[in-house]
Design a protein around this ligand. Structure first.
Ligand code: BGC
Length: 744
C-alpha cells in the first residue's frame, strides 16, 4: 500500500514538473487546485472576454474563451431526460438524428419512491446521458414545494414536504455531478405556480420561507454541493428573483456559502444594475428589445452583455462584481467541461432503461384496493378491457421545457398487452377524447389520436365491452397539454378534464373489478372514489411507462410508493386556496400580482392535520399487496438536551404472504409551543424490504434540528424546551405508535 502511495505522489509530482517544464499555463494544469486555475485564467482575460463569459450565446450555450482554449459551456433540460437539440437561436428542432434519450419518470414519481437510493440511481443515469451528449450543466432537478394542486409544474418537483425533498435531492445531485456534469437546481425560489409566473410577487413571511420553501434548496447547496442553481421567474420583496439581494446574496451566497454559479431562468433577467449587484452570474434566454429579438446577434444586447460593458467603460460601475461572476463561471467550467477526470458517459443503455423501469415501479402508488382487486388474478384465462386516452397517448412529449424526444416509450396498453400475453385477452376502448395534440417544438410522436365520436357513443362502447370483462382498467388523468400538467400554465379546475368522471361512473356501474389508473403529476378530485375498488397513482413514467405499470398491476412487483403530497377532497381544503391568496392580487397600475401566503407554514398535510380536515388520500399514503404490523415505538431516553440526539426504534413485520417494502415514517409533534406549529412534521423515513414473516427494526436518530422552528425575530432556529411526541406512521394519517420525550 505504502509503495502505491509513493508511486502516486511521484507520478503527480512528475506531471506537475512536466507541466511547468513544458510551459503549460497554470489554468490548464490539471494538477493544480481549481482555485489556482480559476485565478490564473481570470488574470489572463480581457474585459470583453470576461463579459463574454457571463451571458448566453445561443439558446442553451454560453461562450468560452476561444483564444485561450476555454470551451463553450453547454446546458440542457432537464430534469427527466436530456432534451433534443434545438436550433442555435430557435426552440425548433435542429434535426439531429442521434439525440433521442431515455425518458426517466417524472420527479414526483421519484419522490414517491421515498428511496434515496433511487434518487442516486436517477442522478447517476441521467448524468451519464448528459455527459455522453457533451452537456455540462443539467437544468434540474426542481424542488419547488407543492403548494396548490393547480400548479402546472408540480410534476417536475418533489412534493410538498421540505424534509422529503431534501433527502431526495441530495443523492440526485451527487449522482449527476459524479459524471462531471453540474446539476442546476431550480427554480430558486418561491416559483410555486405557473400562472403569472413572471409577475407574481410571492410574500411568505420569513418563518414560512425558512421552514417550508428553502430547506430543499439549502440541502441541495450545503449537502448536495450543487455546482449551479437557477433563479426563478417570480419576484420576492418586489425584486425579480434572478437578481435578488435577499435570496441570492444574503441567503444563498451569504448564509449557505454557495460557491457555484447562479444561472437565470430563461428570460428571467430584467435589469443590468440589479443583475450586477444582486447575485446573478450567468444570463440565459433573455428576450431582447424587439429590434434585435430573435436575431443571432441579440445576445450582445443582454443585460449582462454590452450594457454591462458600457457601464464599466464609462466608469459607472467597477469590475469587482464582474470578477466574482467570472470566477464562479470559471469554477463551473473547471468542475465540468475542463475537468480532467470526467467519465465518458453513456446513452440509451440497457442499464438506463432498467433504472427508468425500477424507479417507475417503486414510485407507483396503490391508493385503494378494496377486496384485493389487485394484483390481477391471472390463474385462469381472463378478459381485460383497457379504457382511456392515457392508455395510448405518449406523454414524454409536451409539458414545456421538460419535453423529450424519447428513443422509445411503451404505452400502458402496450405494456399490459405484453405482460398479459397468453394469460388474458386484452381489448381497448377510447372512453373519452382529451387533447389529440401530439407534438412540441417540432418533436412529433407520430400518433394520430383523432376520434370524432361524441362522448355518449364513446361511453356506450366502453360500457358494452366492460359488461363482459373480468377486469376493466381505466387509464386517464391529466396530460402534458396547456392547463394540464404543463409549464407556463396552471390547471383551471381540480376535477378530471374531458368528462372522465362520467366514464368512470359508467364503468363502475357495470363492472365490479374496476381499476382506475390516474396518470398525473398532481392531485385530482375523485368524486367516484367509493365506487371504484382499486385506484393507482401512476405519474408520468417515461420510456418504460407500460412495463412499470404492468409490473405493479400484475403483481410482478409489489407496490411500495407513497404519496409525496396530499390529495385533498376539494380545492377549498388546501391552505393556499382557503386562506392564501392564490393566484395573487393584481396591483392597480402595475403588472405585478402580490400574493400573500396566509396559510404560512401550514401547507399540505400540515394544513390538513392542524385544521383536522380529512384528505382524500394523505401525504405518505400508499398500499401494498402485503400487510405490515408495527410494534411499539421506543426511545433511548426520556429527555434530552439541545446538544444531544435521541434514537427511536420500531420493529416492523411483514404479516402477509408476499415480500414487500414499507416506508416507515417518523413525525414529530411539539404540542405546547409559544408559536403555532403544525400538528406534526416529517423528520425521518426509511424504506424497509421484508420477506413474508420477516421483522426488521427501524432506527431513527434525530437532534435539535428536528425539534426546531424558525424564529424570524431572532433569525435563528429555536427548539423550545418541553414535551415532544414522536410518531411512527405508515402515512401521515396512519400513526401506528407514539412516544413522548422532553427537551430540557
Ligand atoms: C424553464 C426552465 C428551463 C428553461 C430552459 C424555462 O422556461 O422555466 O425550467 O430549464 O426554460 O428550457
Amino acid at each position: 500500500m505504502r509503495k502505491f502511495f509513493i508511486a502516486v505522489i511521484a507520478f503527480s509530482l512528475s506531471v506537475a514538473a512536466l507541466a511547468q517544464a513544458s510551459g503549460i499555463p497554470a489554468y490548464l494544469d490539471c494538477t493544480k487546485p481549481i482555485e489556482d486555475r480559476v485565478e490564473d485564467a481570470l488574470s489572463r482575460l480581457t474585459l470583453e472576454e470576461k463579459v463574454g463569459l457571463i451571458h448566453a450565446q445561443s439558446k442553451f450555450s454560453s461562450r468560452g474563451v476561444p483564444r485561450l482554449g476555454i470551451p463553450e459551456l453547454w446546458t440542457t433540460d432537464g430534469p427527466h431526460g436530456i432534451r433534443s437539440e434545438v436550433m442555435w437561436d430557435e426552440w425548433h428542432q435542429a434535426g439531429w438524428t442521434n439525440d433521442s434519450c431515455v425518458a426517466f419518470p417524472a420527479l414526483t414519481c421519484l419522490a414517491a419512491t421515498w428511496n434515496p437510493d433511487m434518487a442516486a440511481l436517477y442522478g447517476k443515469s441521467i448524468g451519464e446521458e448528459a455527459r455522453y451528449r457533451n452537456k455540462n450543466v443539467l437544468l434540474g432537478p426542481g424542488v419547488n414545494m407543492y403548494r396548490t394542486p393547480l400548479n402546472g409544474r408540480n410534476f417536475e418537483y418533489m412534493g410538498e414536504d421540505p424534509y422529503l425533498a431534501s433527502q431526495m435531492v441530495v443523492p440526485y445531485i451527487r449522482g449527476v455531478q459524479s459524471n462531471g456534469v453540474a446539476a442546476c437546481v431550480k427554480h430558486y425560489a418561491l416559483n410555486n405556480q405557473e400562472l403569472h409566473r413572471h409577475t407574481t410577487n410571492a410574500m411568505p413571511d420569513d418563518r414560512t420561507l425558512y421552514e417550508i420553501y428553502l430547506p430543499a434548496f439549502k440541502a441541495a447547496v450545503v449537502d448536495g454541493g450543487t455546482w449551479s442553481i437557477m433563479g426563478s421567474y417570480n419576484l420576492y420583496k418586489n425584486q425579480h428573483v434572478c437578481h435578488n439581494q435577499y435570496l441570492l446574496n444574503d441567503i444563498l451566497k451569504g448564509e449557505w456559502g454557495f460557491d457555484g454559479a447562479v444561472v437565470s431562468d430563461w428570460g428571467g433577467t430584467h435589469d443590468t444594475a440589479q443583475a450586477i449587484a444582486n447575485g446573478l452570474d450567468l444570463e440565459f434566454g433573455t428576450w431582447t428589445d424587439g429590434r434585435t429579438m430573435g436575431k443571432t446577434n441579440a445576445y450582445d444586447s443582454y443585460f449582462m452583455a454590452d450594457p454591462y460593458l458600457e457601464l464599466i467603460r464609462s466608469g459607472k460601475v467597477g469590475t469587482e462584481e464582474l470578477d466574482d461572476k467570472v470566477r464562479r463561471v470559471l469554477r463551473l467550467m473547471f468542475r465540468t467541461s475542463m475537468s480532467p477526470d470526467r467519465p465518458y458517459g453513456s446513452m440509451c443503455s440497457p442499464d438506463h432503461y432498467a433504472a427508468a423501469r425500477e424507479i417507475g415501479v417503486e414510485g407507483i402508488v396503490l391508493l385503494r384496493n378494496e377486496g384485493g382487486v389487485l394484483p390481477l388474478d391471472l390463474t385462469a384465462p381472463r378478459k381485460v378491457l383497457v379504457v382511456g386516452e392515457n392508455a395510448i397517448k405518449m406523454m414524454t412529449v409536451g409539458g414545456g421545457s421538460s419535453s423529450l424526444k424519447a428513443q422509445h416509450e411503451i404505452s400502458p396498453l402496450d405494456g399490459l398487452r405484453e405482460a398479459l400475453d397468453g394469460k388474458a385477452e386484452v381489448s381497448y376502448a377510447r372512453g373519452y377524447v382529451g387533447d389529440v395534440n401530439t407534438g412540441q417544438d417540432g418533436v412529433a410522436t407520430g400518433q394520430n389520436l383523432a376520434d370524432g365520436r361524441p362522448a355518449d357513443v364513446l361511453i356506450a362502447e366502453a360500457v358494452e365491452l366492460a359488461k363482459d370483462a373480468d377486469y376493466v382498467i381505466f387509464v386517464g388523468g391529466l396530460n402534458k397539454s396547456w392547463h394540464q400538467d404543463c409549464e407556463d400554465s396552471d390547471r383551471e379546475q381540480y376535477g378530471l378534464p374531458y368528462g372522465q368522471d362520467a366514464v368512470i361512473e359508467a364503468l363502475a356501474g357495470v363492472n365490479k373489478n374496476l381499476v382506475v389508473v390516474n396518470v398525473s403529476g398532481n392531485a385530482v378530485a375523485m368524486p367516484w372514489v367509493v365506487k371504484v375498488p382499486a385506484i393507482v397513482q401512476a405519474w408520468y413514467l417515461g420510456s418504460e411507462t407500460g412495463n412499470a405499470l404492468a409490473d405493479v398491476l400484475t403483481g410482478r412487483v409489489n407496490p411500495s410508493g407513497k404519496l409525496p403530497f396530499t390529495f385533498p377532497v376539494r380545492l377549498e381544503d388546501v391552505g393556499a386556496h382557503a386562506v392564501g391568496e392564490y393566484p395573487g392580487v393584481k396591483r392597480p397600475d402595475e403588472d405585478v400580482w402580490d400574493e400573500k401566503y396566509n396559510e404560512g407554514v401550514l401547507t399540505g398535510y400540515r394544513w390538513h392535520d392542524t385544521k383536522k380536515i380529512s384528505p382524500l388520500f394523505a401525504f405518505g399514503h400508499g398500499l401494498s399487496y402485503t400487510d405490515f404490523a408495527y410494534g411499539k415505538l421506543t426511545a433511548d431516553k426520556k429527555s434530552m438536551t439541545e446538544s444531544e440526539t435521541i434514537t427511536f426504534e420500531i420493529p416492523v413485520t411483514n404479516t402477509g404472504k408476499v415480500a414487500g417494502a414499507e416506508v416507515v415514517q417518523l413525525y414529530i409533534s411539539d404540542p405546547k409551543c409559544s408559536f403555532l406549529r403544525p400538528a406534526k412534521e416529517l423528520k425521518g423515513f426509511e424504506k424497509v424490504y421484508l420477506e413474508p414473516g420477516q421483522t426488521k427494526t427501524v432506527t431513527f436518530t434525530v437532534g435539535r434540528d428536528a425539534l426546531s422552528y424558525f424564529d424570524a425575530d431572532r433569525h435563528e432556529w429555536v427548539a423550545e424546551p418541553g414535551k415532544f411526541t414522536a410518531h411512527a406512521a405508515s402515512a401521515s394519517d396512519d400513526i401506528r405508535s407514539s412516544v413522548d420525550f422532553t427537551l430540557k
